[in-house]
Design a protein around this ligand. Structure first.
Ligand SMILES: Cc1cc2nc3c(=O)[nH]c(=O)nc-3n(C[C@H](O)[C@H](O)[C@H](O)COP(=O)(O)O)c2cc1C
Length: 199
């Protein structure tokens, strides 16, 4: 049988998964081999047309602080009145987690596969990343925050005309289990289609 059944542990982990706020993420992060496993697993998404309409940029070690310097400078230029605390927060933004992964949605608008489907595939990469991290024993959060939409920050990723940052996935360990958050009741979002009037 494919896939093999049952997989109760994976289902339990996924159905109980919660994001952990970046500020509550801590060491250890995944080691290099585990990170590669998480990232390659994340890229195994449905992709209509085999376009691979996504890419990732990894921030780890000292590069997180270096990127924080860039964010702080940009924040200061946008907000000359910014105080020391705000500038320091920007400097340390990427230090909140051991690893930060930027996921970019890179579309081919001229392709017959609708752009919307290419965007969905990038969203699937992000969610797969959260799930793979969780199954590997790590906590994560998908954030966009201001820098995702900032033209200067985007230029550092050499963002093309048909490209966007889908988000930044912060990865690490959580000191404690996060509380549950209110969610829509699944039955309110799930319905069966019934044939009516001979349709
Ligand atoms: C595309 C996207 C961007 C998000 N950006 C932010 C953000 O900038 N700040 C934030 O607090 N939460 C943001 N979130 C929400 C969190 O990632 C997460 O959904 C929320 O904390 C609850 O997560 P959970 O249902 O996985 O526990 C974003 C979610 C998505 C899907």
């Amino acid at each position: 049988m494919y896939p093999e059944r049952p997989l109760p542990d994976a289902l339990e982990r996924i159905s109980g998964r919660r994001s952990v706020k970046a500020m509550d993420l801590t060491e250890p992060g995944p080691d290099e081999a585990t990170l590669q496993t998480i990232l390659t697993t994340a890229l195994r998404v449905p992709d209509h047309g085999k376009l691979g309409p996504w890419r990732m940029v990894i921030f780890s070690g000292n590069d997180r602080a270096a990127f924080g310097d860039v964010l702080a400078k940009r924040w200061q230029s946008l907000h000359p009145e910014a105080n020391e605390a705000q500038i320091s927060f920007e400097k340390n933004r990427f230090m909140r987690a051991p690893v930060v992964v930027a996921v970019l949605s890179e579309r081919s608008p001229e392709h017959k596969i609708p752009e919307w489907e290419q965007i969905l595939s990038a969203g699937a990469v992000c969610q797969n990343l959260l799930i793979a991290a969780s199954l590997a024993g790590f906590a994560a959060q998908w954030l966009t925050e201001w820098y995702t939409y900032d033209a200067h920050v985007q230029s550092l990723f050499e963002i093309g005309d048909h490209e966007d940052i889908a988000g930044f996935i912060y990865l690490g360990s959580a000191a404690s289990k996060p509380d549950e958050r209110p969610r829509p009741e699944p039955p309110s979002r799930i319905q069966h289609w019934h044939a009516q009037n001979g349709a």
